[in-house]
Design a protein. Sequence first.
Length: 302
Amino acid sequence: MEAGKQTYAAAGVSIEKGEAVVERLRAAVESTGARGFGAFAGLYPLDDRRLLAASTDSVGTKLVIARERGRLRVCGADLAAHCINDVLTSGAEPLFFLDYVAANRIDLDQVAELVEGAAEVCRAAGCALIGGETAELPGIYKEGELDFAGTCVGLVERDGLIDGSRIEVGDAVVGLPSAGVHANGFTLVRRVLERQDYDGDDLLAPTRLYLEDVRRLRERADVRGLANVTGGGILGNLSRVLPEGLRAEIDWDAWERPPVFWWLGQHVEEEELRRVFNLGIGYCAVVAEPGDALVIGRIVPT
């Protein structure tokens, strides 16, 4: 580690601990009959033909910077897009979304910004925002702090399910561009901002909604796996959809990184950048024949 370089762990977040929590809880969760635990979206059989796919998440510490800069609306968009993108990895179409706002003290204008941002993305996705909850929790949150979480539920036909099981050696990894940092790694971003400011649009740009991109890709290619590139980076998230015995080999020079990642690279080592951030690729698809899509890697044996 170069002297003075920042890490996610030193900033207060352990990716390894998050992975350990999933494994610790696996037995308890699967004992309830759950399917897909640890995947981007959990699955529930609705009937013999269809499954519900669901995902829940929060915006995280991006809210701190967005609130300071008057950009809370983008965090509303982040939440809806993130949850819909997760559900989309199963091949599901989004049905509905619910949100939850918690704060030391509820500020109506802040809540409105968040919910309006989420509603904008839901409209674009044809996903109904059917309800939510607000909570004032002064014993949990400090003055001025808030959190925004949500859940998306989608529907997928069994014969249209995408679960990575058909992925083979030689398949191509297709990358879909991100708008910037999206909503992951901001605990580390905040630590870097203490050293050097950055005001580029790609720092707080809302998470891209990949629904139409994936629809178009599925029309022309055999999509065998989909990964939402969130915490854990490209490799960490691709590993969640690959069968045992396979791994992704990425060509890190196959695309141009947004400027924000070059700024972060002045303060964070390359290996850590790859572990934490999307680096300009917000979503990945594993396909047999990529056609003219942006290929960023291949599937190889472990």
